[in-house]
Design a protein around this ligand. Structure first.
Ligand code: SIN
Length: 286
């Protein structure tokens, strides 16, 4: 199969054209997709007509799938898919509402955070012909490379604690209708990871702290930890490192949670938006 690669942004992101993800991908095509993904952090497949089963089957070719711990929002027939949506049916949200509307990497609060997230746009919110609900992606390879050498040296060896519970409280405080967490979900323990992470495939270094889930840098006084984290959050999300994705229904977009952060823009009010996400397992950061 001959693939066409089109860059989405100088810092990250490639659209792969000429492939129908419903078909059985041969080994050479899969390997080209994977290589493009590891090197570019975000890969977009536009105009796909996938069913939930097609989505899951493709995601399994990328790696072992995880079942998300927010079980109340899993697709009833395909538990490998987490539903993200503002649609309310019978008084209940059909998916996690307002999910990811802050800079984060998925599941960084887990001991072995997921590697890839593979998101499909099922319903895009539209106002006056304009699609809303863009998602921003920032390259943590580019952000690391742009740090002054003195800062790279200062960060080497530092570790940070990542936490889920506080983020849930903030999302609800901001107005999202969310089912209460179960005891297990409330008690997700903190995870401690290197502030600078090495990509397990490419070996490149990237910044691995994010505003959404990183609570503090281990071993630093609270004020020093706060100001260093704030400086890193601001640096990591500088405009030059960001690709802004405008969704179309039928997009399947996958991102690498080691080398990118993302932020979903919640500008669509109650215009319906439905996304489905498969999550590929990852490894313990080093
Ligand atoms: C997320 O996975 O964090 C949300 C992405 C999106 O809904 O655009």
């Amino acid at each position: 199969m001959s693939l066409n690669l089109r860059s989405l942004h100088p810092a990250l992101g490639v659209a792969i054209e000429g492939v129908d993800l419903r078909s059985e991908l041969d080994a050479a095509t899969l390997s080209q997709i994977q290589r493009t993904f590891y090197e570019n952090g975000v890969v977009l497949f536009r105009g796909q007509s996938l069913t939930e089963s097609d989505h899951v089957r493709f995601a399994r070719r990328i790696g072992e799938l995880e079942i998300h711990f927010l079980k109340q929002y899993l697709h009833p027939q395909h538990p490998e898919l987490l539903i993200l949506s503002n649609v309310i049916e019978n008084g209940k949200p059909i998916g996690a509402m307002d999910a990811g509307q802050y800079w984060h990497t998925d599941l960084s609060y887990a001991a072995a955070p997921c590697f890839a997230s593979i998101l499909r746009s099922v319903k895009a919110p539209v106002e006056n012909g304009v699609v809303l609900g863009d998602t921003l992606f920032a390259s943590m390879f580019a952000a690391y490379d742009a740090l002054p050498a003195t800062m790279q040296k200062r960060l080497a060896g530092l570790k940070a604690a990542h936490r889920y519970g506080d983020r849930f409280k903030k999302t609800v405080a901001n107005g999202a209708v969310r089912a209460p967490l179960t005891k297990d979900q409330r008690e997700v323990p903190d995870a401690v990871h290197p502030v600078i992470r090495t990509h397990p495939v490419t070996g490149r270094k990237c910044i691995y702290v994010n505003e959404g889930f990183t609570d503090h840098i281990v071993g630093l006084p609270a004020d020093e930890s706060r100001s260093l984290l704030d400086e890193l959050f601001a640096h990591a999300t500088r405009p030059g490192f960001i690709y802004r994705h405008k969704w179309q229904e039928g997009d399947l977009l996958m991102w690498d949670n080691v080398s990118t952060q993302h932020n979903a823009i919640g500008d669509y009010g109650n215009r319906p938006r439905i996304m489905q996400k498969a999550t590929v397992a990852g490894s313990v950061p080093f």
